[in-house]
Design a protein around this ligand. Sequence first.
Ligand SMILES: Cc1cc2nc3c(=O)[nH]c(=O)nc-3n(C[C@H](O)[C@H](O)[C@H](O)COP(=O)(O)O)c2cc1C
Length: 157
Amino acid sequence: MNALVIYDSVFGNTEKIAQAIAAALDTSAIPVSQADGGQLHGLDLLVVGSPTRGFRPTESISKLLNGLPKNHLAGVRVAAFDTRIMLETIDSKALRFLVDKGGYAAKTIVKTLEKKGGQLAASPDGFFVTSEQGPLKDGELERAADWAKLIHSNRAA
Ligand SMILES: Cc1cc2nc3c(=O)[nH]c(=O)nc-3n(C[C@H](O)[C@H](O)[C@H](O)COP(=O)(O)O)c2cc1C
């Protein structure tokens, strides 16, 4: 299977998740700064990941995906993940409410991937950090690898 993982990461946590997913898919993970639309041609599977910042993906991820030509991902299976803060670690009740209701990056990424013609391979998922800069919550790397294996096993024969 010709798969690729593209990610953005400010503090390194999303990068760790991206690498765990890439390892489980037996492929590589590349930072969005090194990615361009041309690399997506002929892929069987594209996985995109971003930290959730202000309820959204980072600008670099949005820019790359929004800039793809129409139907650029036709015939490509797509999936998205994000990293996000553990709600229990937010002291302010008002902020906790906002973060909970505000939405997360993976859902937005999936919408754009589908808009560009991609076929959804798995539900979007989010992996938790214990504070803004991390570290990741225990067990999240394993959960990411399991999510990737599910995508792999969902593929058409
Ligand atoms: C400016 C800023 C905005 C953030 N906004 C959100 C948010 O809306 N929802 C959320 O769950 N986490 C939010 N976070 C926490 C990030 O998701 C967390 O920093 C990120 O998962 C870490 O991933 P990285 O190490 O790859 O950058 C925010 C963090 C920063 C610094």
